[in-house]
Design a protein around this ligand. Structure first.
Ligand SMILES: [Zn+2]
Ligand SMILES: [Zn+2]
Length: 173
């Protein structure tokens, strides 16, 4: 989804789109599948050389659980506030230094790539340590078994005798 600057009238432009071309990797390295196509509705308003984009977005993805490495589901949605700006303008610098809530997106030429901006935004909003479910038991650190599928016989407090001495050391701060 791209919008040309000249197509945004002074009173602003309402756009709604679904990004059917997005591939999992476009959204993030941990994403294995797109379950709900990225969607956004935005109101675009020109402000000098910049364009303000405000609205909302939704997407659903499957990603790798950080504990058990099985796929987990994540639903993303929320408000979207972007400022499209030509690079290196005083106004862009102001936004960056002002620490505003809105995310700065640089563009060159005469069109805005809304689909790409949405992909980047989704990537930023993915959970840092995704879980397949809140109570995921993870993998056994000894045998690697998925503990969600049952317990193993490993004693996880077991320490290799060669490391026993180290285990007794206390860390003093
Ligand atoms: Zn898990
Ligand atoms: Zn085990």
């Amino acid at each position: 989804m791209k919008v040309r600057l000249e197509d945004i009238p002074p009173e602003g432009l309402e756009v709604e789109f679904s990004d059917h071309r997005a591939r999992p990797r476009d959204l993030g390295e941990v994403v294995t599948e797109i379950t709900s196509v990225p969607w956004a509705r935005l109101r675009l308003e020109k402000q000098g050389e910049q364009v303000l984009a405000r609205g909302e977005y939704r997407a659903g993805v499957r990603l790798v659980c950080s504990r058990c490495l099985q796929p987990g589901q994540a639903e993303l949605s929320g408000a979207l506030e972007l400022i499209f700006s030509p690079p290196q303008t005083p106004a862009a610098e102001e936004v960056r230094l002002g620490g505003e809530e809105m995310d700065l997106v640089f563009f060159e030429g005469d069109e805005l790539d809304l689909a790409q901006a949405l992909r980047d935004e989704i990537g930023l909003n993915l959970p840092m340590a995704p879980l397949c479910r809140a109570e995921c038991a993870g993998l056994c650190p000894v045998c690697g078994r998925d503990l969600n599928q049952g317990r193993c016989d490993c004693r996880r407090d077991q320490v290799d005798p060669r490391w026993a001495k180290l285990a007794k050391l206390e860390i003093k701060k």
